[in-house]
Structure formats: C-alpha cells, structure tokens
Write a protein that binds this ligand. Structure first.
Ligand code: AMP
Length: 517
C-alpha cells in the first residue's frame, strides 16, 4: 500500500516524501484511514512500529482547517515522559512543516511563563505530560472544552507510573463529543477497562511488536561480584567495538557516580535520569544523538520509546528489577533491521531477577567471562536461571557471545508483571549488600514535599488530595519511584469508625503515658 492511498492531504504526503518513507507501516496502514474518518481508535502497538506517525499524520490533515482560540487547544496528546512528549513534538514539526499549525509542548521542568505565552496565542496541538497539564489547568491557563482530538499514548506505561487518576481527571474536563485515540503496548484488563470508559465504539487495530530484540540483539551476561562491576564494564567497553551505548543503572544516585567513574577512566560519558533539570536532560540527549557523547549512563527513563538511530550497544550495569524493563532496555539497540549487542552485569544477589528475565524472554542469556575477573556463582539454587551448553558450565568466549543460545528453553508461562514485581520486593535491601567500589555512602534522598502539598497540609486539606498532588508533582516521570500506598483508592476498612475501647483500657494507657512523660 502507498501513503497516497490512505486519504492524507497533499502537504502531509510531501512531508512524508521529504522524510524518505516509501511505505506506511502496518499500524499506519490500519489506523490512518479510521482516524481520518473521525472514528475512535484503540491501538495495540508499541514504539518502534511507526505508531507516532500513525496518529500525527492524520491529525495534521484533520486540523489543517480551523483555527485555535486563546487558551483553548484543539487537540491534546498525553505522553508519560518528557522525552516521549518532546519526540512526538519533533514528529509534529517534521510532518507538519507545510502546514501552519501551532503546537505547544507542556512538560515538567520547563518554565511556566513560556508555555503560558504559547497557550495564550492559541494552539492547534497540545502535547503534554499529565502533571504539567493539570498544573496549568488549575492555574486557569488552559481550557480543555474545545478539544476535538484527544490522544493517550503509552497507556500501559501511564498505568505503571501512577498517572491514571490524573488522566481520568483530565478526561472529565474534555468535551463529551470528541475523537479519542488510545494506544498501549499491552492490553491488561485495567487498560481495557479504561479504554472502554474513554472510547466510543472504537475501531481496534493491533500490530505485532517490532522484530523481537532476541532476533536482532546479541545478548550476553557476565556474573561478577558487586564490587567488580565497574571493572567488568570498563573491560567490555574497551574490548567491544562500541560506537555508542546506553548504560542502564537501577538507581538515579548510582548514575552520577558511574558516569564520573567512567570519565575518570577516560570515557566520554553523559548521564540521563528523571531528577535532572529538563534543560540538562534535553541537552544531554541531543549531544548523545549528535555523537558528541558516546556513552549515556541512564535510568529507565531512556528505556522506553527513545529513538536513537543506530545504537550499537546496551549495557545493563544493574539487572533490571522487572523483566519487562530488560526487554525495553535491550530493545534500544538492534532497531530498524540493524544488529545490536546487549550485555548485562549480574551479581549473585541477582539470581531471582535473572531467572525472571530468562522466563520472560524464554531463552537463556549466554554467559561470558571477563578477563582478569573471577566469575561469581549464582545465589539461591531454586531461582538459578538454567544454563545451556556444556552441562551448565559457562562459555568462555571472549566477549563475543553467540547470537542465540543453542538450546532453546521450552516455553514457560509468562508470569504476570505483578508477580515479577514481587521478585523485587523479595530482594535483600540494597543497603544490606556489600558496598560497591568507590560508592559514596549517602543517605537515600527523601522526596521533597511540594509547595502546594505543604500549603494544603497547612490548610488542613484531606490527606488523599495531598498525596495525589505530591504524586503528580513528582515530576511526571520520576522513573524509579513506584506508586505506593492506596493512591486515590480508599479501602473500605479505612473508612470504618474505630471500635470504642473500654474505659478501663484507656485509663490504664493514660496513666502509663503520664509516667513516661
Ligand atoms: P515510532 O514507533 O513512532 O517511535 O517510530 C519508530 C521509527 O520508525 C521512527 O524513527 C520513525 O521515524 C520511523 N518510521 C515511522 N514511520 C515510518 C515509515 N512509514 N517508514 C519508515 N520509517 C518509519
């Protein structure tokens, strides 16, 4: 099929031609005609399938006629992270270059004043992360009752990040008559329920995930002691032909430490995580994309959706806490038909996590030895990932693993994500594990209470509202903080009044207290 057969306007087709696309991808082929017909669309597709163009191209054609009024955007796209929002904004600019559509990007970490000025001038396309959008809405800078096309992108990621209450709130401000496009990489029941609530007789489109990383990414894992991980990483960086690489850490505070350590050893490394100011995040990613930084030490904020062309390597400096993240991380390389290489540094403490990954990807990760370092042993016997090859012994290939393991493991049932998360909870607390080489002992950073939350507390606002506020202001994509507690859901037992205690018990207790005092 050709783009010209999809019903897109001539100026959009011109921009596509400039971009050099010859054929629509399956999601574009399926979704674009429905969007152009004004239908709601429920798309099951992940990044890498061409999904962004699947909704931006027809939106440009739809919005080509009409004008935006001040503070009343005509379309809204919600993205879970700032980087994804910025990427969608880039796509809009690229595909809409022959149109005069105005666009605003509302993301945390940028100054309000510029964003407000843009809104005041009127925007056709508003691309936002949920927290910043609600902030601006609450300040009265924006009205959502003229939204004609509403897009929720990466809905399952929004769920993981605790944004669903915010999204429900945003949807309640939208006009009932609108077109809604809803995209998610997976469709667990919670997401399906949301889709049912937000969409009207949607047209469902589903595309297979892009070529699984297993086919284009050569994977390997080295089992080393925690204190040897940096040395192991440096060895891999020196022996592998690394053009550019993401190096994933699980915790933000380890990122800066590792980046500095790499710089000290002469590597050209930058850092990217959700606690950095937005200008620095954007600048670092730009430098990396331009090739001025070749290694990017990062958190999972870089694992999903970020499209860096031709990334040669991914290093998991830490074994990811959920197996899905492993797939997302290594999927940053080996894209668009290119080959990529992914290495993971595991320690004996990571036995269960590695087991969860191999169960999810349904294959073992070939083991390699690192020159000059003793290979460690996996911990817990029951949780050991199965090894193939020579009766379970490690292959001693010198950093050049086979593209695939020889003995494919039989398919096992995929464990649901929630169960995988339990694996993380079973892990020994980090603090109890041996300290890493050079790791400064710093107390864990406590999340700061936002000004609004503090004010609410002083004003005696209910705790639920404060919690929601704090969670939202956590800055949209605070990537390694999971949602804790009940969120907005108040369990019934908490609403039951406390049983009055017998007077004698209360008297005894107050006598005890006065003695202590
Ligand atoms: P996405 O899934 O939207 O993140 O897109 C992944 C990559 O595919 C991006 O680099 C796009 O520029 C590219 N892409 C999107 N549509 C096409 C197409 N029809 N032909 C070739 N590349 C495309």
């Amino acid at each position: 099929m050709l783009f010209s057969e999809l019903g897109l306007g001539p100026d959009v087709l011109r921009a596509i031609e400039d971009k050099g696309y010859t054929q629509p991808t399956p999601i574009q082929e399926q979704a674009i005609p429905w969007v152009l017909q004004g239908r709601d669309v429920l798309g099951c597709a992940q990044t890498g399938t061409g999904k962004t163009a699947g909704f931006t191209l027809p939106m440009i054609s739809l919005l080509a006629s009409g004008r935006a009024r001040a503070r009343m955007p005509r379309s809204l796209i919600l993205e879970p992270t700032r980087e994804l929002a910025a990427q969608v904004a880039d796509s809009f600019e690229m595909y809409g270059k022959y149109h005069k559509l105005s666009m605003a990007l509302l993301i945390g970490g940028e100054t309000f004043s510029e964003q407000v000025k843009k809104l005041d001038r009127g925007v056709d396309v508003l691309i936002a992360t949920p927290g910043r959008l609600i902030d601006l809405f609450e300040r009265g800078n924006i009205m959502l009752n003229d939204i004609k096309v509403f897009v929720i992108d990466e809905a399952d990621r929004m769920l993981d990040m605790g944004f669903i209450p915010d999204i429900e709130r945003i949807v309640s401000k939208l006009p009932k008559t609108r077109q809604t496009l809803f995209f998610s990489a997976t469709m667990p029941p919670e997401i399906r329920r949301l889709a049912d609530a937000f969409l009207t007789t949607p047209q469902e489109v589903t595309v297979a995930p892009p070529a699984s990383p297993a086919e284009t990414v050569t994977q390997a894992m080295a089992l080393v002691q925690d204190m040897d991980k940096r040395k192991a990483l440096r060895h891999l960086l020196r022996t592998e032909d690394v053009k550019n690489a993401f190096i994933f850490c699980n915790r933000k505070r380890d990122i800066a430490v590792l980046q500095k350590s790499l710089e000290r050893h002469g590597f050209n490394a930058g850092a990217l995580h959700g606690d950095m100011v937005q200008s620095k995040r954007t600048e670092t990613l730009d430098l990396f994309k331009k090739g001025e930084i070749s290694l990017l030490v990062c958190s999972d904020v870089a694992a999903r959706g970020i499209d860096v062309q031709g990334l040669s390597h991914v290093f998991n400096f830490d074994v990811p806490l959920t197996p899905d993240d492993y797939v997302h991380r290594i999927g940053r390389t080996g894209r668009a038909g290119k080959q990529g290489r992914a290495f993971m540094l595991a320690t004996p403490d990571d036995t269960k996590l590695v087991g969860a990954i191999t169960r999810l990807i349904k294959r073992e990760i070939p083991m390699i030895a690192i020159d000059g370092l003793e290979t460690a042993e996996f911990g817990d016997e029951d949780a050991r990932p199965r090894r193939g090859g020579r009766g379970g012994s490690r292959s001693r290939s010198e950093g050049r693993p086979e593209a695939r393991s020889r003995d494919e493991r039989p398919n096992r049932e995929e464990r649901p994500a929630r169960e995988e998360r339990a694996v993380r909870d079973e892990r020994a607390p980090r603090e109890e594990r041996p300290l890493r080489e050079e790791r400064p002992e710093r107390p864990e950073r406590q999340p700061r209470e936002s000004l609004a939350a503090a004010e609410a507390r002083r004003n005696g606002e209910p705790r639920r509202d404060r919690d929601r506020d704090r969670r939202r202001r956590r800055d949209d994509d605070d990537d390694d903080v999971s949602v804790i507690g009940f969120g907005d859901h108040m369990p019934a037992f908490m609403l039951r009044s406390a049983r009055p205690r017998p007077a004698a018990e209360t008297v005894a207790e107050s006598a005890e207290q006065s003695q202590e005092g």
